[in-house]
Write a protein that binds this ligand. Structure first.
Ligand code: AMP
Ligand code: FE
Ligand code: FE
Ligand code: ZN
Length: 270
């Protein structure tokens, strides 16, 4: 059983359409795939309609959250997609992203990059995010790859053309997911190359609030971080997941590069 519990499609900042992602999952030998686009479930319909034989789709989303001023991502799985409070929260997050992306595009335009808001809008087919601004910078020849735009000179956190976005308080988010009968996993909790991460006491409080798991095996976690997080998960009785966080051409990682063991999957979603 090969299980990948964190992937993105064109419904957010991935470059693979949901239907194509399902086909690719089978080609890569996956048995279970979760589609977890940022702040949206809008890719799930297309994914479900294109599901190949032998592949199980876990519906999900990756929620933009904050704890003590630190941004973090919460993976939510198999929740009621029509639950009104959650629907409203996701809509608010997406709407705030539009104004924020426009402000970033205008900042880049004012700096003479040639990037325009219209260009960014045409690159984003779903939830707009910084990767779409990065793609615009690549199109204009200002950076060689999407990853190269995540620097202080461009759109890295706190950077020259970076603008903050609305995020859910993570404890509210955990409660919303539970109220919608879903389960939540803390995504890449130790990805400190991207920005500040939360301290262990916050993870303990999240576990007390109903968090179900920690994403331990992730490309942004060096071996020592994985061991630290595995021990923390064991201590707190949390499920340990591994996933690719596939974003198509926007990141170097391959689909199924990290996976979740069948036992841990059973404990989380069985
Ligand atoms: P946003 O949620 O709009 O602030 O954008 C965050 C997204 O940017 C993440 O979900 C990643 O997809 C992407 N990202 C963040 N840091 C990097 C990086 N160093 N290289 C490539 N993509 C990144
Ligand atoms: Fe992303
Ligand atoms: Fe994430
Ligand atoms: Zn992700």
């Amino acid at each position: 059983m090969r299980i990948d519990l964190h992937t993105h499609s064109t419904a957010s900042d991935g470059t693979t359409p949901p239907a194509r992602l399902m086909t690719l999952a089978r080609t890569e030998g996956l048995d279970v795939i979760a589609l977890t686009d940022h702040d949206t479930v809008s890719g799930l319909g297309e994914a479900r309609a294109a599901l190949p034989d032998g592949l199980l789709l876990v519906p999900g989303a990756e929620l933009s959250c904050r704890a003590d001023g630190v941004s973090l991502h919460l993976l939510a799985y198999r929740f009621d997609e029509a639950e009104p409070m959650l629907v409203t929260a996701l809509q608010r997050l997406r709407e705030s992203r539009v104004g924020r992306a426009e402000a970033m595009a205008r900042s880049l335009e004012a700096a003479g990059t040639g990037v325009t808001w219209a260009q960014v809008q045409s690159l984003a087919q779903g939830t707009v995010g910084r990767p779409h601004l990065a793609m615009a910078l690549v199109e204009r020849g200002l950076v060689p790859t999407v990853a190269d735009a995540f620097t202080p000179e461009w759109i890295g956190t706190g950077g020259r053309h970076w603008v903050d976005k609305v995020e859910l308080d993570v404890f509210d988010a955990i409660a919303l997911v539970r109220a919608a009968d879903g389960v939540s996993v803390f995504a890449h909790p130790g990805a400190d190359a991207r920005g500040e991460t939360v301290p262990d006491p916050t993870v303990v409080a999240m576990a007390d609030a109903g968090l179900a798991g920690l994403e331990v095996d992730h490309v942004d976690h060096p071996p020592a971080t994985r061991e630290r997080l595995r021990a923390l998960a064991r201590r707190l009785g949390l499920v340990v997941t591994g996933s690719s966080d596939f974003h198509g051409d926007n990141k170097a990682v391959r689909l199924g590069e990290s996976t979740t063991s069948p036992d841990e999957y059973e404990a989380l979603l069985g």
